[in-house]
Ligand binder design. Structure first.
Ligand SMILES: [Zn+2]
Length: 251
């Protein structure tokens, strides 16, 4: 069989391998990416709690200020009552005092309520910080294992790249250009087997003339329907078996 066909089949296998590394790396990094996203979400939560805490602080201050004003006001009622002349004025003053006292009570309640919120927010911040701390250890471990695995794949990828360079250096430039042209659209199905007289790229039956040319394997044949490069697997299987028996013999 034409050695160029064998080279093309090997080349498409190498290209397939090279394309498989990116998704593999993405898969490996997924667990780490998820953990990093979780940590980021917790950090965002802390920010949110801190904002709520500051907001509560402002509200508390306002209530404190209001309370101080009310207390000042209550102090003046004694003086005012001494100056009162009529029943009507007395009633109005008493009503005013009552309202002020209610407002004091309400401001105190509000301060108490806000203090509870402050405490709660502080606890939430602490809890979240602890969670992040615990996660940090896991993250460090995960970072290490991920980088090791990625490194391993990168090494493998480099080896396959070198393998490809070696193969390309042995191939004819015209054939490489021909292959690359088809690969632009056919990607990893640039070179496909023929099974049951059908192209396994487009799955259409090929005519007898093309089929016999593929069987002969003397020249590079393309599918008349889709243009992919065709080959017959049985021609490789014999070789593969030879290789396997040789390998097992050397073991
Ligand atoms: Zn085809």
């Amino acid at each position: 069989m034409n050695p160029y066909i064998k080279q093309l089949v090997t080349l498409v296998e190498i290209d397939k391998k090279i394309d498989s590394y990116e998704p593999k790396i993405a898969q490996i990094s997924k667990a780490l990416d998820t953990k990093l996203a979780e940590q980021n979400a917790l950090e965002q939560k802390i920010k949110q709690y801190e904002e709520e805490l500051a907001d509560t602080e402002v509200k508390r201050e306002k209530n404190e200020q209001h309370l101080a004003e009310l207390n000042e006001k209550l102090k003046t009622f004694g003086k005012k009552s001494a100056a009162i002349k009529s029943e009507k004025e007395l009633k109005a003053l008493q009503l005013e005092e009552e309202i002020a006292k209610e407002q004091v009570a309400f401001a105190n309640e509000e301060i108490e309520r806000l203090d509870k919120i402050t405490e709660q927010k502080k606890e939430q911040i602490e809890e979240t910080k602890e969670k992040i701390q615990k996660m940090q250890e896991e993250l460090e471990e995960l970072k290490e294992t991920t980088s090791k695995e990625v490194e391993k794949i990168e090494k493998e990828r480099l080896e396959v790249f070198e393998e490809k360079q070696k193969l390309l250096s042995l191939m004819s430039q015209n054939i490489i250009v021909f292959y690359e042209k088809i690969r632009r659209w056919a990607k990893n199905t640039t070179v496909v087997p023929v099974r049951k007289q059908a192209c396994y790229g487009c799955y259409m039956r090929i005519n007898d003339h093309t089929y016999s040319s593929v069987i002969k394997g003397e020249e590079i044949t393309t599918c008349p329907h889709c243009g992919r490069i065709l080959y017959l697997e049985s021609q490789f299987e014999e070789k593969d078996e030879e290789n396997e028996s040789r390998e097992s013999a050397s073991l």
